[in-house]
Design a protein around this ligand. Sequence first.
Ligand SMILES: O=C(O)C(=O)C[C@H](O)[C@H](O)COP(=O)(O)O
Length: 213
Amino acid sequence: MTTTCFTRPAFTSRVVPVIVLQDPAHAVPLAHALLEGGIDVVEITLRSGAALKAIEAVAKAVPDMHTGAGTVTRVAEVQQVIDAGATFALSPGATDALVAAVEAARLPFIPGVMTPGEVMHRREQGFSLMKLFPAQQAGGLGMLKALGAPLPDVMFCPTGGVSPDNLKDFLALPNVAMAGGSWLTPADALAAGDWKRITRLAREATDIAATLA
Ligand SMILES: O=C(O)C(=O)C[C@H](O)[C@H](O)COP(=O)(O)O
């Protein structure tokens, strides 16, 4: 068992916002808006130049938020996100070098997978929770049901094509721990500082998840 794999994340939300921030000043108000909507985890992706500063801001100013770094695809990024204050990392895929780096750094990590072979490879390395990406394009609900038959001990966070319309179906599957998506933090809402809209989107998602509790 790797020491970095997730068995059960510390956060309670079954919905993970996948966030691309262009302005680090948006990070803290966004985190508060999500918390107000019942979401206590963020995946701040390294898909913008503001990402590390945003991670640092939330980690310092919003202790109730579990701050994850997303789109961690390079070994050098592991220490960068740790230094910024991320408490865990996620990736759209994974490499053995990246797994070795998070293992050495003891950073909890959710690797991305898309095929049964990749799932078996990461399970062999001790991971029991994996990001199915791109979830919808990879087969969505049917793919998860198919994976669950031979590999029932692996849990997934489907990401990619998840929306309020299919969120309940994903979360209802026995091998889905939580689901991620960008719909919770629309770029226009971030740009406008429309934090009430962000809270509404979060509450909508957490209410959907609560129907399955
Ligand atoms: O950046 C990463 O590390 C990724 O894993 C990609 C994101 O998860 C998807 O781009 C989210 O997809 P949507 O929710 O359909 O917008």
